[in-house]
Write a protein that binds this ligand. Structure first.
Ligand SMILES: CC(=O)SCCNC(=O)CCNC(=O)[C@H](O)C(C)(C)COP(=O)(O)OP(=O)(O)OC[C@H]1O[C@@H](n2cnc3c(N)ncnc32)[C@H](O)[C@@H]1OP(=O)(O)O
Ligand SMILES: CC(=O)C(=O)O
Length: 541
């Protein structure tokens, strides 16, 4: 019989304390729904009464299978729990579970609260007892617990025992400043359990200030904690919280955890892990972290030739788990680190069959390595690699020819007498015997100038005659510019990520001393790749 390990998500509360993150109420609901499908046990929705968004969220709180939890702080000294307006707002949210943060470090009691140690213990006791009397499941977040335990273990333990004695279901040990290391977390948790606090009522809440939040959380579980608090994608105050997107797959896939513990996350839900992680990035308008464990686009990318060669024989040679179990996929990119194995795998993935003895394979590798020396980077621009390979194999149709393009940037006064920029682009292409000229401006629907590359993209995508319908659903989702070394000269490398309505996402690269030319090259590749996919090679000109 496996032991139950509980997962507590605080993306909507501590995650919202991330600099630059401000969820709308609708976004909070969307994230809560995704967490509920994933199978966490608790969803901390925010702090009712602290800001209008959180109050609105709790005013019509989503019904979830997970215990929806309102966050707040212990009552202020000098008033009763019943008369504390901040605590009242938290309880008024009507959630089944309430999590209250309180001080456990004597230095913070004296410095931040300015009260006596006894008054703080009493505030914890009375606040928890009040929640329990109202029929709520009470959790106590023991703020700065590890630092407090180091300074005065007996006082830190008194705070925990006050919460437990008042009926708290969980007391959660918080490494609030994130400075504790795994061995010490293990030692402290073991000490707390030895002092009489049962592991089945102990949670862990870690911050990532030394890059150890996940390791610290696992050390706490090893020592006996049975609840882990964390956030999706490691969002959170300062450097973030323990990353549940890493912890959950680890608990389900790695020993000793997989054999010993059960969580609310099923193997089926685990296969949606990448989707949940990307949903949060989409909401935050963030580019997903490629190197994120388990869920990053590079988590199963095998760039080196030696790796690719072995992966093709047996993927377990260079993969710690099967990418499919977390909803990820294997990538064997092309680059100057690649050999024939990467090349054949990439071509096969693009649906291009080539005889392994075909001499043109060697030529493709040479071209890729030469072009990378000039500044191209194909490991992050696989669509451009495919076009290079198709060119060498005679499989690259010429859908259209660019005869010329021009882009201008003008600074001028608008009707409010403010200086604004306006970019205008003209592109002339020839399709068969017909020449088409398209003009476009960079202004978006809000009247904001989106710059010369945007104007060029709009002009290029405005009228491609018979191909127009195919590219209408394309959108440019990311645009990265680097100054890099091309041979002996500094050049600009532009990488563009594009997406279409079928959910395909592809990356292309352009290189030039001129940023507009580099961008235009990447744009052209993006359109050509899409035309190859959706129009096919039948139209090869
Ligand atoms: C470790 C954590 O991440 S805990 C979560 C922290 N999250 C947040 O702070 C986000 C939401 N917070 C807020 O919106 C505001 O801080 C509010 C609405 C809660 C309070 O706002 P204000 O009343 O203006 O107080 P302010 O933020 O300036 O200071 C916090 C007060 O709470 C007191 N306090 C802090 N922790 C506790 C506690 N556990 N129990 C009781 N009082 C506390 C502080 O001593 C301070 O009191 P003071 O004003 O008498 O000095
Ligand atoms: C409660 C909390 O978020 C912390 O102590 O870090």
């Amino acid at each position: 019989m496996k032991e139950r390990l509980y997962l507590f998500d605080t993306t909507l509360r501590d995650g919202q304390q991330t600099q630059g993150v401000q969820f709308s109420t609708a976004e909070k609901r969307q994230i809560a729904a995704a967490l509920d499908v994933l199978g966490v046990d608790y969803i901390e929705g925010g702090w009712p009464g602290a800001n209008p968004t959180d109050s609105e969220f709790f005013a019509d709180v989503p019904r979830t299978r997970a215990a929806m939890t309102a966050f707040g702080m212990t009552k202020r000294v000098g008033r009763s729990a019943e008369n504390d307006d901040v605590l009242a707002a938290v309880l008024d949210a009507g959630t089944g579970a309430v999590c209250l943060v309180g001080k456990t470090h004597e230095f913070h009691v004296r410095t931040a609260l300015g009260c006596s140690l006894e008054e703080n213990v009493e505030a914890i006791r009375a606040s928890v007892a009040h929640c329990v009397a109202k029929g709520r499941e009470a959790l106590f977040d023991a703020e700065h617990f590890f630092d407090g335990y180091r300074a005065n273990p007996s006082y830190a333990l008194d705070c925990l025992k006050a919460a437990l004695g008042a009926g708290a279901r969980w007391v959660v040990l918080c490494d609030t400043n994130g400075g504790t290391l795994p061995a010490e977390v293990g030692r402290v948790v073991a000490g707390v359990i030895a002092a009489g606090v049962p592991g089945e009522r102990l949670g862990i809440h870690c911050h990532d200030d030394t890059g150890n939040a996940v390791a610290n959380s696992l050390a706490a579980v090893d020592a006996g904690c049975r609840q882990i608090q964390g956030t999706l994608n490691g969002l959170g105050e300062r450097c973030g919280n323990a990353n549940l997107t890493t912890i959950i797959p680890t608990l389900l896939l790695k020993e000793p955890y997989a054999g010993r513990f059960e969580t609310g996350v099923t193997r089926e839900a685990l296969a949606g892990m990448v989707r949940v992680s990307r949903t949060l990035d989409d909401i935050l308008n963030r580019v997903p972290l490629r190197s994120a464990p388990y869920v990053g686009a590079s988590a199963f990318a095998h760039k080196a030739g030696l790796h690719a060669s072995a992966i093709l024989k047996d993927p377990s040679t260079y993969e710690h788990v099967d990418p499919a179990v977390v909803g990820n996929e294997r990538v064997i990119p092309m680059s100057n680190q690649a050999g024939q194995s990467n090349l054949r795998a990439r071509l096969a993935a693009a649906g291009i069959e080539v005889d392994p003895k075909d001499a043109r394979l060697g030529r493709i590798l040479e071209v890729v390595k030469e072009r990378e020396d000039q500044g191209y980077a194909y490991d992050g621009a696989q669509a451009s690699f495919e076009l290079v390979a198709r060119g060498e194999l005679g499989l690259l149709p010429e859908f259209f020819e660019v005869k010329r393009y021009r882009v201008t940037v003008e600074r001028r006064k608008n009707k409010y007498n403010q200086m604004v920029s306006l970019s205008e682009a003209v592109v002339v292409v020839k399709i068969g015997e017909t020449k088409m000229l398209s003009v476009s401006e960079s202004m978006d629907e809000t009247g904001t100038d989106r710059g010369p590359v945007n104007a060029l993209a709009k002009a290029l995508g405005k009228d491609l005659g018979p191909y127009q319908a195919v590219i209408d659903d394309m959108k440019l989702v990311d645009f990265k510019v680097r100054i890099t070394q091309g041979g002996t000269e500094a050049v600009t490398r532009v990488i563009i990520d594009s997406e279409d309505s079928q959910g395909r996402r592809w990356s292309t690269v352009g290189v030039s001393a001129n940023i507009v030319d580099a961008s235009f090259e990447a744009l052209l590749d993006a359109i050509n790749w899409k035309l190859i996919r959706d129009v096919g090679q039948a139209v090869a000109g």
